[in-house]
Design a protein around this ligand. Structure first.
Ligand code: CA
Length: 230
């Protein structure tokens, strides 16, 4: 955690990226994760809307042209549901008309592709500053606690000594409590999209994680995936 620059840091900011261009989505996830953000990626409109509804994100980067439902409709739907997550829209369109559209529908900011990563970071800082909590909340389940600001994980008050991958896996489960999470979903969100992975890798890491946090913490849901216990 960078000390003293809390408000200009993106450390611990939870971001949802909705982008169907896989290469761009993966690059954004990688780059923004490197800035300390906790990034989830959705690749279509309906999936992005669902994630935004339930994910408790600090901010959202939303492409306009998406399969299933446009970014305009995603943000409009969220606003009609009184979900005020700050939204930065991305689009290949660059007409003033389109920009006005996005803002009319309830987006907070707008960036035209292609854009510079540095500019994106600056815009995200500005968005996140608006309603960034002083410190991200500590995630807990049973006797497990995970601090997104310091990446410390404790089981019954004792440090769990997780590797970065185990940490990311546990954090994903803690942020989706009670949900059955498929191996594919875990590969999409915890593993880098450019890594060569297969679902067996998920089983292996869930096994590692169980040894450190307790076997009963992650339930196997036969044929569907895993769920954070009890
Ligand atoms: Ca698109």
């Amino acid at each position: 955690m960078r000390v003293g620059s809390r408000h200009d840091s993106l450390e611990g900011v939870r971001l949802l990226v909705v982008e169907d261009e896989l290469r761009l989505g993966a690059a954004l996830k990688r780059g923004l994760t490197a800035e300390g953000m906790v990034v989830d990626l959705s690749t279509d409109g309906p999936g992005g809307l669902e994630a935004a509804r339930h994910g408790g994100y600090d901010a959202m980067v939303l492409d306009v042209m998406l399969p299933g439902m446009s970014g305009y409709n995603v943000v409009r739907t969220l606003r009609t549901e009184a979900n005020w997550v700050p939204v930065l829209m991305l689009s290949a369109k660059d007409g003033e008309y389109d920009q006005a559209d996005g803002l009319d529908y309830g987006a907070d900011d707008y960036l035209t592709k292609p854009f510079s990563f540095v500019v994106l970071l600056a815009r995200l800082r500005a968005l996140a500053r608006r309603n960034l909590p002083a410190r991200p909340a500590i995630l807990t389940s049973g006797n497990i606690s995970l601090d997104p600001a310091t990446h410390e994980v404790a089981v019954a008050g004792t440090p769990a000594g997780l590797t970065p991958r185990e940490y990311a896996l546990l954090e994903y489960f803690l942020r989706h409590p009670g949900r059955v999470v498929s191996k594919i979903k875990l590969l999409d969100n915890v593993w880098d999209a450019t890594e060569d992975t297969d679902p067996n890798a998920v089983e292996v890491y869930v096994g590692y994680l169980r040894r450190k946090v307790g076997r009963e913490v992650l339930r196997t849901v036969r044929g569907a995936g895993y769920r954070l216990g009890p």
